[in-house]
Design a protein around this ligand. Sequence first.
Ligand code: NAD
Length: 308
Amino acid sequence: MRILITGGAGFIGSNLAKLALTRGHDIRIIDDLSTGYADNLVDCDIDFHLGKVQDPQAAARAVANVDSIIHLGALGSVPRSIKDPIASHHANATGTLTILDEARKANVTHVLSASSSSVYGMNPALPKHEREWVRPMSPYAVSKLAAEQYTLAFQQAYGFDSIAFRFFNVYGPGQRAGHAYAAVIPTWIDAMLKGEPVWINGDGQHSRDFTYVETVCDALLQAVERRLTHVEPVNLAFGTNTTLMNLIEHLTQISGVEPDVRHREPRAGDVPHSQAQNDTLTALFPEIFPTDIEVGLESTWRWMAERS
Ligand code: NAD
């Protein structure tokens, strides 16, 4: 199949592109390289378009003659969106609508998009069922909610097949540290490898449903290969519950490195707990199982250690 991956030079997108190539798909990518890296795609036989998803002309060229679109291109990070909400809105909300609209004009009617567990925001219910009320706490979460709702509304408005996946905390090889908005796992591994302090925002009891990138990519590709559609958002996580202190313990055990742990104030916009109800996911993908956090962290550690 010919698949467009938006944001394909990023962490999840480049893992996805590589997996899709091994399964014999033709891959086109549109990416503006704002947070992604061309060297994530070295030796990949892909059709790369440098451009922004919210640019209608670039989007029109990218969607032409593809069978399905996996839309990952977005500005991630809650703190980034708090600093510059307009930029996050343009890339994430306007960008999604632009990709969908150009897809509609090109008769490409299968689109998967990446939403986020952050849409649940202030809702304290655990685990998070897709039918729970949403109350975003950051411009990023609002932009993701808009993106997923556009993706789903195109089913009713234009007869699309689509899925809006709510990713939780995706981690794995290819996720980079060393920038202001880096995710917790690469940031901590990087600090441990360099013998620097490991900073915890808050008391370390915040918890997350960490999901291994390979598992996420497998679900995305299966959804394309089976042309799946679903009328409601789908949590793409497995209901695991790892506190930040648990994470430190796992990393210590895997690496044998004793971290210099320090605490500071929690960050604005961060939800205390995030855990998926995964009934919808397992009904749609009965053959996809979670990767144990120890296994995922070990391969992530190895990838980062090799590059350090
Ligand atoms: P990433 O930053 O590594 O990848 C995003 C890619 O999109 C980058 O290559 C970037 O250059 C590109 N991009 C950004 N703005 C663009 C624009 N306007 N036009 C074209 N390309 C653009 O992030 P990721 O972790 O791979 O995330 C992929 C998707 O998953 C994003 O939509 C993100 O919001 C969503 N998501 C990720 C997580 C996670 O834990 N990683 C959690 C929830 C949701």
